[in-house]
Design a protein around this ligand. Sequence first.
Ligand code: MG
Length: 337
Amino acid sequence: MQYKVRELNLVHTWTISRGSDDVKHNVFVRFEKDGVFGIGEAAPSVRYNETPESTIETIQKAEPLFEKYDPWHFVDLGYAVKNLVPEQTAAKCALDIAVFDWITKKLQIPLHKYFGLDKTKTPFTTFSIGIDTPEKMQQKIREAKEYPKLKIKVGTGNDEEIIKAVREATDKPLCVDANEGWKTKQEALEKIKWLESMNVEFIEQPLPAALLAETRWLRERINIPIVADEAVKNAANIPPLAPAYDGINIKLMKSGGIQEALRMIGMARSLGMKIMLGCMVESSCAITAAAHISPLVDWADLDGNLLISNDPFKGVTVQKGKLILPEAPGLGIEGEF
Ligand code: MG
């Protein structure tokens, strides 16, 4: 197993309710066996107590499992990795993606085909407009003219100003993400009642993840679907959320990879919930992995690779907002590890 940290530069300073970044450090893994290699990526998140260092430590701990288990027995291998240490799902995700890249390269089929998915059924992806001055946000909106839907981050105290600036520049449908930025149910209710008149398709994580009863209270009083993001990482988290949220945002970095994402999709569907597939700031490696399972979901927000200026890989592309999957075997990405 090889691994390396890469510095990914953001096109624009990336601001959400928790803070700002100009650069991200993601960890890439390369697993080689029998003349074929698979590549995976981890985007460590401070929200989940992850750093590049903790990610590498987890990968090092997992390395012996790749000697012990046959990668074709990826289910056993996946559970062994999952149970190795608590959390550290970004590291686990990198390993899971690398295994699936390897398996489907061995089989000489693209990843989506392995799961029986129709590549024409990929959803449209939203494009995220980071928090900025009204002028800069309007500039970003003009740059995103190809995308039929935009995702707007709020929750930093000047929400009205932000949404007004957006609405001066575009009348496209918006998905609004508060990233736990509203602190009370009354504040969230007031904001959402106002957003209801602004052509908003759904609202993501309006309240802190821990405020489940408050979110349920909120849901009973509004007419926009609420999607859980920070409140949900894996399948086991989903049942208690069903009364409070209309849908969930699955991210491979939170779930620990594709296998747990598929379990989450099954769980959410059985509870009648909507499913969104989102991302962190990731290169085309992890974004393409997620895009391969996107025919299974209702909404996609897979734009993390479009926010960086030095993407080391090429994979999934976007045409007029729709995700276009590569046809080459495995993830189908091009680029040097
Ligand atoms: Mg979110």
